[in-house]
Design a protein around this ligand. Structure first.
Ligand code: COA
Length: 174
């Protein structure tokens, strides 16, 4: 993917040297709370940055001011010209509009250049910051799943079932 520039950010492919910035947020329990994985070690992040540098579905979000990597988007092509969106941002850079700014630029790119027809996103109903972001992006809540899946286990090793929302937007709605 070519780089995308916004007012404050640029969106680029991952590089293997990104592991330190990745570690800063993927080692944060609160940031990964709703992710399918747990906190990552430095070594995990070295491996992760290397894998992401060879994989176009993860996009690095960097500040134009100092090039710092502050989060990532996930954008994966599915069937029928549909893409799935995901996002994880460093806690120090949340609440500043950076996630919205990067997603909006990605939607513009996807609908205009990639000929995306539909973009979807799923999130845990308890993850309010996540579904508020999807609503800021004018996505429609189109499903509310009850106990759809689990990622993690409780102290007694029982699965923690997740209720989830699915949001979507069509090219013609953007
Ligand atoms: C989900 C997540 C990306 C949302 O990030 P975010 O920073 O809240 O989202 P935005 O970029 O849209 O920022 C919006 C907030 O910034 C504020 N803001 C401040 N300056 C702003 C600006 N210049 N422009 C726009 N918004 C601005 C808005 O008022 C809003 O605050 P509010 O939520 O208190 O109303 C973030 O919480 C996150 O990374 N969570 C951990 C990972 C995760 O759970 N991922 C999702 C799994 S499904």
């Amino acid at each position: 993917m070519k780089e995308i520039h916004t007012k404050r950010l640029f969106i680029r492919k991952f590089q293997k040297d990104d592991w330190k910035d990745l570690y800063e947020y993927l080692s944060d329990e609160k940031v990964v709370q709703y992710e399918p994985y747990g906190i990552m070690s430095e070594n995990d992040c070295k491996k992760e940055a290397m894998e992401r540098s060879n994989n176009d579905v993860f996009l690095a979000i960097c500040l134009k001011d100092n090039m710092k990597l502050i989060g990532n988007l996930y954008f994966c092509k599915m069937e029928f010209d549909t893409y799935e969106l995901g996002y994880v941002f460093n806690r120090s850079y949340q609440g500043l509009g950076y996630a919205s700014e990067s997603c909006k630029a990605l939607f513009d790119h996807a609908f205009h250049n990639l000929k995306a027809r539909r973009i979807i996103a799923r999130c845990n109903v308890l993850n309010i910051s996540s579904w508020k972001l999807l609503e800021r992006l004018h996505m429609r809540r189109e499903a509310h799943y009850i106990q759809k899946r689990y990622f993690k286990f409780d102290d007694k090793n029982n699965p923690i079932w997740i209720d989830a929302y699915q949001y979507a937007i069509l090219a013609e709605e953007w």
